[in-house]
Design a protein around this ligand. Structure first.
Ligand code: ADP
Ligand code: MG
Length: 257
């Protein structure tokens, strides 16, 4: 992102996102954190080209220096799986459709890929789940299906926007572990958007802190957590510790940075 700004207002001086310069390296896990309304989703949607037509975008989003090609470079997981899953189509078919649209596969190959993906996201009884409708699955299972669909075309970047925020804590931890495993196996880059600094610390190589549409801090995850430079980051950390005394923000094992 080069000098990226987004405004939803006719008055372009009221920016929801202001002058963001940010790179995501191939295979990197970058977390965007900040409270509600800080511009995290605006950034995620801008990268994916999913902003509504009412949004005015300035600056540039480049892939290896080139304009985005669209298509299957990006997989997107939303907070609520029902935002991406069709309630009246079997989940296996939905995943197969994504694979077939972007990859040159026969229907049978796409179905086979859907079954593989349901196994990879560790859905119980994937053969049966292939023919299940979203309402027949739990919230956590639906989010696993949404993740399977997001990676079905082999994206280079997976964007997860509050993808675990609607789930209860234990399911949330499972989904975070799953995302970590999938990006490692496929070598995808990850943009993990969350208001939860502890989750970001578990998963990310680097953390970017957003406030009121500005990026106020960017650094290696351990450094941001242990020695935050911005007062706002310290407040986010303090708020988290205040809510939950468990030592979740101790950095876990992590690959190279
Ligand atoms: P976050 O994801 O960090 O909660 P958002 O990117 O959703 O923040 O929102 C940033 C700002 O942009 C907020 O002030 C919000 O009200 C505004 N905004 C977001 N989406 C829209 C939209 N579709 N139309 C108008 N304003 C929007
Ligand atoms: Mg958001």
């Amino acid at each position: 992102m080069r000098n990226l700004s987004v405004s939803y207002q006719r008055d372009a001086t009221s920016l929801s996102l202001g002058n963001i310069d940010l790179d995501i390296a191939a295979g990197e896990r970058l977390a965007i954190i900040g409270e509600s309304g800080s511009g995290k989703s605006t950034l995620a949607l801008a990268i994916a080209g999913l902003l509504p037509p009412t949004a005015a975008v300035r600056g540039a989003i480049l892939w290896s220096g080139q304009p985005p090609r669209g298509g299957h470079d990006i997989g997107f997981v939303f907070q609520d799986a029902s935002a991406s899953l069709d309630p009246v189509m079997a989940v296996g078919r939905q995943i197969a459709e994504v694979a077939r649209t972007h990859l040159d596969l026969s229907w049978a190959q796409a179905q086979g890929r859907a079954l593989d993906l349901l196994r990879r996201v560790r859905l119980p009884d994937p053969d049966t789940a292939l023919h299940a409708y979203p309402h027949q699955l739990s919230g956590g299972q639906r989010q696993r299906v949404a993740i399977a669909a997001a990676i079905a075309a082999g994206p280079r970047l997976l964007i997860a926007d509050e993808a675990t925020s609607a789930l209860d804590t234990i399911v949330q931890a499972d989904i975070v572990a799953l995302i970590r495993q999938l990006v490692a196996e496929d070598g995808m880059a990850l943009l993990f958007v969350s208001h939860d600094i502890a989750l970001a610390a578990e998963l990310a190589d680097r953390i970017a802190v957003f406030r009121n549409g500005e990026m106020v801090e960017l650094g290696v995850a351990d450094a941001v957590i242990q020695t935050p430079r911005h007062a706002y980051t310290r407040r986010l950390l303090d708020a988290h510790i205040g809510l939950d005394a468990a030592p979740m923000i101790v950095p876990t094992e992590r690959g190279h940075v």
